[in-house]
Write a protein that binds this ligand. Structure first.
Ligand code: UD1
Length: 420
């Protein structure tokens, strides 16, 4: 295993190019299973999660080639079983369920386990496929979907108690594009990554309207063909660098970013008083020693993203004021709090609300990365802190941030990847 050694106290400056979106790439790669033709996906970030997805596609029988951000998939002959050894490594592998059901009318995919941010059920995915007339059984840790008798369009409501489901919406949409008749997904996730997937499916010949809103209408077609697509910029990576810029830069510019996907994050930073210049695909952020605290509640898109709350927790530690963060999507997603406290953070966690009082100085300490976004937040805190921080279990960061240590080094951070 590797760890990141950070010598804190440096000031970042310069510009950083934002990578393609992880959360778009994963379902879009899975969607290539819907056709036997060649699909070309560009700007796929080099991450362990996208590597797992290409391995799963290959295991299912697809031919996959990958070179500098371009993944070419030809899924001529595929099988319907996704093996536990691969699926267990990444929760998002559940998103092969929809395409396998659509194309082969059957699928067997291992049930993803829970993870550190919550138990992460898939009941809504299964409800959606049942709504399309598939027979779904769960046995021996596997999900089995049988749609041999036909997939039929229907009106399906995917709203859950924590809001809509992103990958659940993706799965139902990917099955429905090859179902008979019209499917209406009510309570659909409106995240830009769902819209990006829909845009790719439309290029493949699917008939979809309303993606990017809470009501998606899909008219099934007989088959899909190959297509080329470039994934959207990663709004979570971008938000993470904005936090870094606000916390410890002398001005930081993000390039190849989509500001229109980041309104809630940009509004929160503006509310704190961080000056920003926002262009068509660039954002520059400047520090503000008199920044004010914030009160944020995570919500489904276009609300404040749960995937940004840990990084804002690190930011709050650096603001000389009190901030609050309430998590409504994954109420247990506060693993970073205990680690930040080891660095001297002043955080009071009550249920799903953290109250953070800024501290004059964070201090370096050995800390444990617990999940992807929590790990990024620890990296931000470590660069801000005085002294040395070792962030153990670096593999969490590599799941979702393309070459984060290289990008931070180029901006002036003192970070080093070493074997644990
Ligand atoms: C996706 C993102 C993840 C992000 C999350 C919420 C990908 C690869 N991952 O995960 O980074 O944090 O959206 O924005 O895109 N739920 C149910 N039943 C279900 C499915 C979900 O109750 O069948 C609940 C979840 O426990 C959670 C909420 O719904 O409380 C949202 O989860 P969901 O949108 O499904 O997350 P993912 O799609 O897995």
């Amino acid at each position: 295993m590797e760890k990141l050694i950070v010598h804190g106290g440096t000031t970042l400056k310069g510009s950083v190019t934002i990578s393609g979106s992880k959360n778009s790439s994963l379902p879009i790669l899975a969607a290539t299973l819907l056709t036997k033709d060649v699909c070309t996906i560009r700007r796929v970030p080099d991450l362990s999660d996208t590597n797992y997805m290409t391995l799963i596609l290959a295991e299912l029988g697809a031919e996959v080639e990958r070179a500098s951000g371009v993944v070419v998939v030809e899924a001529k002959n595929i099988k319907s079983t996704a093996p536990y050894e691969l699926v267990r490594k990444m929760r998002a592998s559940i998103c092969v369920l929809g395409p396998l059901t659509g194309r082969l009318r059957e699928a067997k995919v291992s049930l993803p386990g829970g993870c550190v941010i919550g138990d992460r059920p898939v009941d809504l995915h299964l409800k959606g496929l049942e709504g399309l007339s598939a027979v779904v059984t769960v046995d021996g840790g596997d999900i089995m979907v049988d749609a041999k008798a036909g997939l039929k369009g229907a009106v399906i409501n995917l709203m859950g108690k924590h809001g809509s489901t992103v990958l659940g919406t993706d799965n139902v949409m990917m099955a429905a594009v090859l179902a008979e008749g019209t499917t209406v997904i009510e309570g659909a996730a409106a995240e830009p990554e769902v819209e990006d997937l829909a845009n790719f499916l439309i290029k493949m010949g699917a008939k979809i309207e309303g993606a990017g809103t809470s009501r998606i209408v899909i008219e099934g077609v007989k088959e899909l063909h190959g297509a080329e697509h470039t994934v959207i910029p990663d709004r979570i990576e971008a938000g993470t660098f904005l936090c870094a810029g606000a916390m410890m830069s002398s001005g930081l510019t993000l390039k190849r970013v989509a500001p229109e996907h980041m309104k809630a994050v940009l509004q929160t930073l503006e509310g704190c008083g961080f000056p920003m210049e926002i262009g068509k695909d660039t954002i520059t952020i400047h520090p503000n020693p008199n920044a004010k605290g914030f009160d944020l509640t995570t919500q489904v898109y276009p609300g404040f993203p749960t995937d940004m709350q840990a990084q804002f927790c690190a930011l709050a530690c650096a603001i000389n004021d009190t901030s609050t963060i309430t998590e409504t999507i994954f109420p247990q997603r506060f693993m970073h709090v205990a680690e930040m406290k080891r660095m001297g953070a002043n955080i009071d966690l009550q249920g799903a609300t953290a109250r953070i009082r800024g501290v004059e100085k964070l201090k370096g300490a050995p800390v444990m990365a617990s999940d992807l976004r929590a790990s990024a937040a620890l990296a931000l805190a470590a660069i801000k802190a005085e002294g040395k921080t070792d962030i153990l279990r670096l593999y969490h960061i590599d799941r979702g941030y393309e070459h984060l240590d290289d990008k931070l080094s180029e901006l002036g951070a003192d970070v080093q990847r070493v074997k644990e």
